[in-house]
Design a binder for this molecule. Structure first.
Ligand code: GAP
Length: 452
């Protein structure tokens, strides 16, 4: 993260350039809920695509799954979520606000924001009560008699209850994994710090089934793999750390958990959790459903309940980390520019095609043709509005790594200028090689430039 970076700067850029908007804005907004605009969607899709590539495409031992959001309600009883997925909350009878009892030191009094809840003589806090974070709804046409169900608070349970299907059909034996990307929902009370904590969010979770005596070794393996993935896509090593949970922090299912933390503008905070869930989940669902969930070796007849190692990442938190790490401001000549130095494979737009003199028919035609050619293989933008400097700055702010400028010389020698977002270096390349040139640069390893 650049020094001096604040969440306000990220929120402002995200809004200005249409990455993220507050949700339901024309109705006054809904707290901790956000909508994603064009560039936000492209960025988020890139994060998910890179995760799926690393988990599924580049490996032989992980398969993909897309389970339902609304699952049988008994799943959430067996998993421990109905009984234990709670936060301790207190209400203030004076200001009517609700707070996390364990986060009072970080919260603001509803009447006097400079004070903490309970700090003024007017505050009148209730005792702490356990509040379940799952959203409830009903299945069926009649509300009163419909079955009570939950919106999933994690994608993981959809994987565990499909263990038998996948293990048989995918013909995999442990160690093997099942990966899933999808929305999860939590009735979070603590205000969210932009998209860091929201009511609905996307998770990228992978449950890796291993022989129990190999669980610790795979737990350590996945911590290293996941840190390496963030570094591969541009997060700086010094902005990442691994924090093992203290025993009293562990979830009910976990025998060991480590958080990969990122240094957000709000301080070191969880980006992803890697847990050794042991045999808790398969055992709990086998008991509750009456279905045996174990691995049976066809040859030796050996049978056992696999242990589970789970890297569980948040798409939106990853997107926020990529935005924070990429954000930079610098003075070029006598002008300040804001630039997102995103990894090219994460950047929403890969290349901008800019006709220098849009009213010149020859230049305009070449630029259109080049844009058409490039957009077949990558997200490319054509921009002919305004001064060239302003167009460059706009692309810098959305993190476009390269801009191709079509100018008068193009009409003479069939070359265009390629401008590099980070170094600002410009060189001329042949227009006929532009597509190949960009694909090569896109595939090349990339590291963030050193901070000035
Ligand atoms: N299956 C395990 C599990 O869900 P978690 O630590 O509760 O573990 C995993 O969630 C990841 O999901 C977190 O590291 C975070 O990135 C993301 N996440 C959790 N709650 C979130 C929320 N309310 N808003 C945005 N992301 C969230």
């Amino acid at each position: 993260m650049a020094s001096g970076l604040t969440m306000d700067k990220i929120v402002s850029l995200a809004r200005r350039r249409g990455f993220v908007f507050p949700s339901s804005e024309i109705y006054g907004g809904l707290g901790s809920s956000y909508d994603y605009g064009h560039y936000g969607v492209l960025l988020k899709e890139n994060v998910k695509a890179r995760w799926l590539e690393a988990m599924v495409q580049e490996r032989d031992d992980i398969v993909a799954l897309d389970s339902a959001i609304i699952l049988h309600p008994r799943i959430w009883e067996a998993s421990g979520h109905v009984g234990g997925f709670t936060d301790p909350l207190v209400d203030c009878r004076t200001c009517k606000k609700r707070f996390r009892a364990d986060h009072l030191a970080d919260e603001q009094c509803g009447r006097k924001p400079s004070k903490r809840p309970g700090e003024t003589s007017e505050c009148d806090l209730t005792e702490a009560r356990q509040f379940n974070l799952m959203f409830e709804t009903r299945v069926g046409p009649v509300e009163e008699t419909g079955q009570r169900v939950f919106l999933r608070p994690e994608t993981a349970q959809g994987i565990f209850v499909n263990f038998k299907n996948v293990a048989q059909l995918a013909r995999r034996k442990p160690p093997f994994g099942i990966a899933q990307v999808g929305k999860s929902f939590r009735n979070e009370i603590t205000p969210g710090n932009f998209i860091f904590r929201t009511l609905e969010f996307e998770q990228m979770e992978m449950e890796f089934f291993v022989p129990p005596d190999a669980a610790d070794q795979w737990y350590r393996y996945w911590i290293d793999e996941r840190v390496a993935w963030y570094v591969r896509y541009g997060l700086r090593q010094e902005s990442l750390r691994v924090r093992p949970h203290d025993p009293d922090e562990l979830s009910h299912y976990s025998s060991a958990t480590s958080d990969i933390e990122y240094l957000y503008p709000i301080g070191w905070s969880e980006l992803e959790g890697i847990a050794n869930r042991g045999t808790f989940d398969l055992t709990a669902h086998a008991e509750a459903s009456g279905t045996t969930l174990e691995w049976v070796d066809g040859g030796s007849g050996e049978r056992y309940v696999p242990a589970v190692i789970e890297p569980a990442a948040g798409v939106n938190r990853a997107m926020l980390a990529f935005l924070c790490d990429a954000y930079d401001e610098e003075v070029v000549g006598d002008r300040e520019r804001t630039v997102l130095r995103l990894h090219p494979e994460i950047a929403p737009v890969k290349v901008a095609v800019l006709p220098l003199i849009p009213r010149d028919a020859g230049i305009a035609e070449r630029a259109r043709a080049l844009h058409q050619e490039l957009r077949r293989v990558m997200v490319a933008e054509h921009d002919d509005g305004g001064q060239i400097g302003r167009r460059y700055r706009r692309q810098d702010e959305i993190g476009t790594p390269w801009a191709l400028t079509v100018d008068e010389q193009t009409l003479v020698d069939e070359t265009v200028t390629i401008r590099d977002r980070d170094t600002l270096a410009q060189e001329r390349i042949s227009i006929s090689r532009a597509r190949e040139h960009l694909l090569d640069r896109l595939a090349a390893p990339w590291a963030p430039p050193a901070r000035g």
